[in-house]
Design a protein around this ligand. Structure first.
Ligand code: FES
Ligand SMILES: [Fe+2]
Length: 400
């Protein structure tokens, strides 16, 4: 069976340059990225199993926005701005928890129902004209896909529904029954000292695996390949090498992992990564499904966030395999952090002349192309003045 989902030919004369170096440390560009890429594109907030019961909530503070996802008494998962309509306080302070029957703002005590409607202000007689129906929590676009909760800070946006966007990967991803999974170790976050695009650039190609990721190379290096971004989705696929196991973790992983009979043959020894523009990956292994994503904190600092989910009724062998794959993944991630630091810091050097990409890094190019489409100023090799950035970009956008 052809392991490719979509055979995308790499053009003969493609432009092998990456984004211009200035775009990795421009504060004005970062504002454009928040505006045209982060606020109006789908973002993974978590999974329905992170909030299994009525009143369970999770929050996500990113790019200056605050999302609150809460499960109502009717079982429905809804998304809101975590922002009280009185004076803007957070309605809940923690990243995860349960709020029983209502959301009570910690500032002055306005009370919201779990469906976001305002139940009442504290000392209501001090608001003689308050129309409660106008002061509910502000809703966010929210869509659940295979158990994963996607939100969008700005209503509407350039992407279609999540179901439409992820249709190309749906038949394959569906085998993992991710909607029935449960959390492994909860949602994690971590900071890394580089521009968010440098994190994504490293993740968008497997050319570096042979050199930089000894465990992955041992596990699946011979078979790994990338399919580039097309309409916002990329895919990378690898199956275990026949003689995997020179390294301790890989040897034991391959040995302990039980035959995953719930999966079709071509996925039984596969790790698959689905990139979702602009900043997220869903990845599957026989034992688990995970998401990870990155959000800019500043031009030179990025928040990494993610979670691993497991089968509800997993066996001890599956659990052990899941732990070992997590270890392999964790080592890989710290290797990637180092690579992204070295690449990112070069962009402050006068000597930096841009990327010169291999055919094996075509995924990086296609991700950059998606960014250029939203933010045409990225096509300029020389940095515009910071103060002109916004207007210049608007002008280029309207020219189409
Ligand atoms: S800000 Fe929430 S009650 Fe005042
Ligand atoms: Fe990597």
């Amino acid at each position: 069976m052809n392991p490719h989902l979509r055979d995308v030919a790499i053009p003969n004369d493609w432009d092998r340059r990456g984004l211009p170096g200035w775009s990795y440390h421009s504060a004005a560009l970062l504002e454009l990225e928040k505006e045209h890429v982060f606020r109006n594109h789908w973002q993974i907030a978590g999974h329905v199993c992170d909030i299994p019961n009525a009143g369970d909530y999770l929050t996500m503070d990113v790019i200056g926005e605050r999302a609150l996802i809460v499960r109502g008494k009717d079982g429905v998962v809804r998304g809101f701005n975590n922002m009280c309509r009185h004076r803007g306080s957070r309605v809940v302070a923690d990243s995860q928890g349960n709020c029983k029957n209502a959301l009570v703002c910690p500032f002055h005590g306005w009370v919201y129902n779990l469906d976001g409607t305002l139940r009442g202000a504290a000392r209501p007689r001090s608001f003689p004209d308050l129309d409660k129906t106008e002061f509910g929590l502000m809703p966010l676009d929210l869509e659940v896909w295979m158990g994963f909760i996607f939100i969008r800070f700005r209503n509407g946006g350039p992407q279609p529904s999540v179901a439409e966007l992820l249709k190309p990967i749906e038949p394959e991803f569906a085998h993992y029954k991710a909607a029935d999974m449960v959390p492994s170790w909860g949602i994690w976050t971590q900071k890394t000292p580089v521009n968010w695009k440098s994190v994504r650039d490293v993740d968008n190609e497997g050319y570096h695996v042979a050199m930089a990721h000894p465990a992955l190379q041992d596990l699946y290096g011979a078979t790994y390949f990338d399919e580039p971004f097309v309409n916002g989705v990329s895919r990378s696929f690898a199956t275990y090498n026949p003689h995997a196991g020179r390294r301790w973790s890989v040897k034991n992983y391959v040995k302990i992992a039980p035959e995953p009979t719930h999966l079709p043959d071509h996925l039984r020894k596969a790790w698959v990564y689905y990139g979702i523009f602009p900043n997220a990956v869903l990845s599957v292994m026989p034992e688990s499904v995970q998401f990870y994503q990155e959000f800019p904190l500043s031009t030179g600092e990025t928040l990494l966030r993610g979670a691993i989910y497991r089968y509800r009724d997993e066996s001890r062998e599956q659990a052990a395999a899941r732990y070992l794959s997590f270890r392999i993944d964790r080592d890989t991630m710290s290797e990637d952090v180092q690579l992204s630091v070295w690449s990112n810091e070069s962009m402050l050097s006068e000597a930096f002349e841009g990327f010169y990409l291999s055919d094996l890094e075509y995924g990086v190019r296609t991700h950059h192309d998606h960014l250029r489409q939203q933010i045409p100023v990225l096509g300029l090799e020389t940095a515009p003045e910071e103060k002109d950035m916004w207007n210049l970009n608007d002008a280029l956008r309207s020219r189409g």
